[in-house]
Design a protein around this ligand. Structure first.
Ligand SMILES: Cc1cc2nc3c(=O)[nH]c(=O)nc-3n(C[C@H](O)[C@H](O)[C@H](O)COP(=O)(O)OP(=O)(O)OC[C@H]3O[C@@H](n4cnc5c(N)ncnc54)[C@H](O)[C@@H]3O)c2cc1C
Length: 197
């Protein structure tokens, strides 16, 4: 007989509690019951170690087209121009969303409303908004605190996704759909099944 597995049902299953997973969780949390898995401690991941900041056109002398041109040039032919355009055009509203969540970006000085922008390699304007030299930590810990406080978000540290459950594997369906994930609860050394819409 194999080990007993518990089954968890959610509307939405998100694998990863970095800035990507937490952003999605917070944006969906008023409409769905959400599980967020992390294979390690919740804050552990690349997000925590990002330092420099986030490129965004905020300066009056800067332009979206200049940011797009710089990105394509630095990408040396590897960038998908449509993706670059989408990202650059949505950067301001995304950074404003982070500010609304409570991320404290470094200001020009304590008395002004405007944010301090740095200029990194490849950029022809000052356009990197940052939180001192630990931007990723500021974003990650702020979003994590918000997610912890939200009644619709359940966080599962030390739960590693092992295999996705798909309709083709389970029911041999022509149209393949992800139904959930088989997960190992590392601390309890127990397999678990997470199902989601
Ligand atoms: C040193 C450093 C400096 C950087 N500086 C910058 C910068 O200045 N500006 C910038 O924009 N970007 C920077 N980056 C890049 C940036 O950090 C990443 O692009 C971004 O954090 C990715 O976010 P994420 O949520 O996708 O991934 P992560 O933050 O890495 O999160 C991944 C999550 O997935 C979980 N996970 C993975 N596999 C499984 C599994 N099988 N089961 C369960 N959970 C799993 C992990 O536990 C973690 O929670 C830097 C990166 C590093 C490492």
């Amino acid at each position: 007989m194999g080990p007993m597995t518990t089954t968890h049902h959610y509307d939405l299953l998100i694998i990863g509690s970095g800035t990507a997973g937490l952003t999605l969780a917070l944006k969906m949390a008023d409409q769905a019951r959400i599980a967020v898995l992390s294979k390690s401690q919740l804050e552990e991941g690349a997000s925590l170690y990002a330092q420099g900041g986030i490129s965004v056109v905020l300066d009056e002398t800067d332009s979206l087209q200049s940011h797009i041109d710089d990105t394509l040039r630095a990408g040396a032919g590897l960038c998908d121009e449509e993706v670059v355009r989408f990202t650059v055009e949505h950067a301001k509203q995304s950074v404003e969303w982070l500010i609304d969540q409570g991320v404290s970006f470094t200001r020009d000085d304590m008395t002004t409303e405007s944010y301090h922008l740095t200029q990194e390699g490849g950029h022809s304007h000052r356009r990197v908004i940052h939180s001192a030299d630990a931007t990723g930590r500021a974003v990650e810990t702020t979003l994590l605190d918000k997610a912890k406080a939200h009644p619709n978000i359940s966080l599962f540290p030390f739960h590693i996704g092992i295999d996705l459950i798909t309709s083709r594997k389970l029911f041999n369906e022509a149209e393949n759909r992800c139904l959930g994930c088989y997960v190992l609860d590392i601390k309890a050394d127990q397999p678990k099944t997470f199902l989601a819409q």
